[in-house]
Write a protein that binds this ligand. Structure first.
Ligand code: B1M
Length: 627
């Protein structure tokens, strides 16, 4: 590997930055602030590679990543493949492959739905199944080329359970059949994750760290109760099965700002990842760097702040530099400040290369002593992050909608108030009983719907939008609502009661995120609309065909990746080219009103209740125009 032209015996030499990072991970202090990042997708695009080859050819993946990282001057080799799909793929899951994006598990297919499926499952062989051997090769090649033993990423137990079962199904099973979920978690930890990690620890020289990726294992995707019952025990078990070392960790939780007691949440994070406390945007900005620094001082632990992916993609040079300087200044201050490293959350394929350079320039200028923003701290509860300015909500949650709910009408009949309360209590047993009672008492089915079942879903949506309720609670309320609706449906069909309108919704092509879109769908159904959900990764043709077939009143598009937002534009154009005059509304965390205006969408929904209001307004406007 030695080319003879370099001082280092390794072909790719990351030099001092890597040494400083390793010092911190080994419990020591660094001489300057090192930076780590996640940039495989950017490297793929920048290097002119195709997703089909890049994520299948180990040497191309490693060299393609390292070359760009060294050219840009990054400190630590970064190997982040499609970390959420490898284990599920090895269990037989289907993959969706793309030219310019990470591949991803096609989550339309459920891999394990019940006990029977679980009994049929064969444990994967880490040296043979799916792309597990590809991962081993990637890590071995990385070590040969850089001398650095890169850690293995694994999909954390609860996130893997969501991948094999689908997220909503998993959450409901936790309530309806917790025994099964525990059995599933045992299988995933004992027969999938532990053998995978142990193979890595055995065959890659110097290996000691396995880092869990846990997008849906964080608040507000799960509640603190779920965290304690279904996440922490399995992370602890995994560590035990993999030799008990502190390197078996899971460091990328979100949701700090949703925790009841943030400091307590950080203590839990430190139990799971003892080497350092990592807090990433948007939470880091929202909670504030100074509070986190004070906590880390009190625990004398290493600390890392993560600069958000959206800022890195859409921010100006100044905005990026200011955020990086603040995080570095506060992070590296105080008696334990030499145990701080910076993390840049993710450079997507669409990040302009100049932004990738601005970010490293900002790191280098800070390390060289330049302090144009000295003492300026803009993060914290009062701060407004430039990437979400204009009232944009936070992770699809937390943008206050109506405040005091108009859904709580005290003058309603007692029976409707009681039905309302069953949904607020997530009671799917009592709700249908009371709906039946109302029917037996001669109440009009449409009124039961409008006065009993719809208002609480509006209230729940509001509480979710303002961060008072989390995703599982929203799912449980929807389940209770559906149990009552099931009693009404046959009568509504018989009396030919029309839905308030028909909405076709879909996550656009290339994107497999569906939690937000599903919540929007649930809220629309809860408000009395007929919803045709085309799922994820949906092409314009399919949307157009369905919209024509069902005579859709509105089309709703969701996207969670900045890289898939352009497909919203293409879909809207295709709908217009087809001569269809159907209004289109769009939403999803990276989408904004400005973007909606640019792509000629008829509306933008910052959150689910707003999406419902938009649909109502658009359908009313259509009716008025037709009258
Ligand atoms: Co993904 N992911 N993910 N992920 N993931 C993000 C989006 C990311 C920001 C994380 C990061 O910073 N690194 C990043 C995108 C970066 C970018 O675009 N620049 C990212 C990435 C990179 C990836 C992968 C590529 C990871 C990898 O493989 N290396 C991969 C992509 C696969 C693909 O799609 N091609 C991937 C995979 C996954 C999981 C499978 C693990 C999981 C998705 C599970 C699922 O959806 N079934 C996941 C998750 C959960 C996230 C985060 C953590 C949360 C997204 C979410 O569900 N938010 C996210 C990071 C973050 O946001 N902090 C992240 C909650 C949800 C309720 O909000 O969807 O915005 P949201 O919906 C809201 C509103 O926006 C609105 O209403 C909803 C409710 O109020 N809304 C609408 C939504 N749709 C609407 C439509 C409307 C109107 C309103 O009209 C029709």
């Amino acid at each position: 590997m030695d080319k003879g032209t370099k001082m280092s015996k390794y072909e790719y030499d990351f030099g001092e930055g890597l040494k400083q990072y390793k010092k911190i991970i080994d419990g020591g202090e660094a001489d300057f602030v090192p930076v780590t990042t996640q940039m495989a997708e950017f490297c793929m695009k920048y290097g002119g590679h195709n997703g089909h080859d890049f994520f299948r050819d180990p040497e191309l993946f490693v060299r393609g990543s390292l070359e760009v990282q060294l050219e840009m001057g990054y400190h630590v080799p970064d190997m982040v493949w499609d970390v959420y799909s490898v284990e599920a793929e090895a269990l037989g899951g289907q993959m969706a492959w793309f030219d310019e994006l990470y591949p991803a598990l096609d989550n339309t297919e459920v891999i394990i739905a019940n006990e029977k499926d679980l009994a049929r499952m064969k444990a994967p062989d880490p040296l043979k199944s799916g792309r597990m051997p590809w991962v081993m090769e990637v890590l071995q090649i990385c070590r040969e080329l850089t001398g650095y033993t890169h850690y293995i990423h694994y999909c954390s137990p609860i996130n893997l359970a969501a991948q094999v079962m689908q997220f909503e199904r998993l959450i409901l099973a936790m309530v309806e059949n917790p025994k099964f979920v525990h059995k599933l978690m045992d299988f995933l930890v004992e027969e999938v994750l532990a053998p995978y990690i142990n193979t890595y620890l055995k065959i890659v020289p110097g290996a000691s760290i396995a880092n869990g990726k846990d997008a849906v294992g964080s608040l507000p995707f799960i509640t603190e109760e779920i965290l304690h019952e279904f996440s922490l025990p399995y992370l602890a078990k995994l560590r035990k099965l993999c030799g008990g070392g502190a390197g078996i960790r899971s460091d990328n939780w979100w949701g700090d700002s949703f925790a009841q007691d943030i400091e307590k949440y950080w203590d839990i994070k430190l139990d799971v990842t003892p080497q350092y406390l990592k807090i990433q945007d948007p939470d880091c900005f929202r909670v504030g760097t100074e509070r986190a620094r004070a906590f880390a001082d009190s625990r004398e632990c290493a600390l890392s702040f993560g600069v958000g992916t959206l800022l890195l993609q859409v921010g100006t040079k100044e905005e990026i530099t200011q955020r990086i300087h603040e995080y570095m200044e506060v992070g590296s201050s105080g008696p334990f400040g030499k145990k701080f490293f910076l993390y840049l959350c993710s450079f997507s394929a669409q990040t302009p290369p100049e932004n990738v350079r601005y970010a490293i320039e900002a790191v280098n200028s800070f390390n060289a002593g330049e302090r144009p923003y000295a003492g300026k701290v803009i993060s914290g509860p009062e701060g407004v992050a430039p990437e979400i300015k204009g009232g944009k909500g936070f992770m699809g949650i937390g943008s206050k909608y109506s405040g005091v709910s108009e859904f709580r009408d005290e003058s309603r009949k007692q029976i409707f108030k009681e039905i309302y309360q069953t949904i607020m209590d997530f009671d799917d047993q009592l709700c249908p009983v009371l709906v039946q009672k109302a029917m037996d008492d001669g109440e009009d089915p449409l009124e039961i719907l409008d006065e009993g079942l719809i208002p609480p879903m509006g209230e729940i949506g509001d509480m979710f939008a303002s961060g008072e309720l989390f995703v599982p609670e929203m799912l449980l309320a929807a389940r209770a609502m559906k149990s009552g609706l099931a009693i009404l449906k046959p009568i509504l069909v018989k009396t030919q009661t029309k839905p308030k309108g028909t909405v076709v919704i879909a996550t656009v092509f290339g994107d497999l995120h569906d939690i937000g879109k599903n919540l929007v769908g649930m809220m629309l159904e809860g408000a009395g609309f007929k919803v045709i959900d085309l799922g994820v990764n949906t092409k314009a043709d399919e949307i157009i065909e369905t919209a024509k077939e069902v005579k859709a009143d509105v089309v709703g598009l969701s996207a969670l990746l900045t890289t898939t937002m352009p497909f919203m534009k293409l879909t809207i154009e295709a709908i217009r080219d087809e001569g269809l005059d159907i209004p289109v509304i769009i939403g999803g965390a990276p989408v904004s009103q400005e973007f909606a205006d640019n792509v000629d969408a008829h509306g933008y929904g910052d959150n689910a209740p707003i999406a419902v209001q938009l649909v109502k307004d658009l359908i009313n406007a259509q009716k008025e125009a037709a009258a």
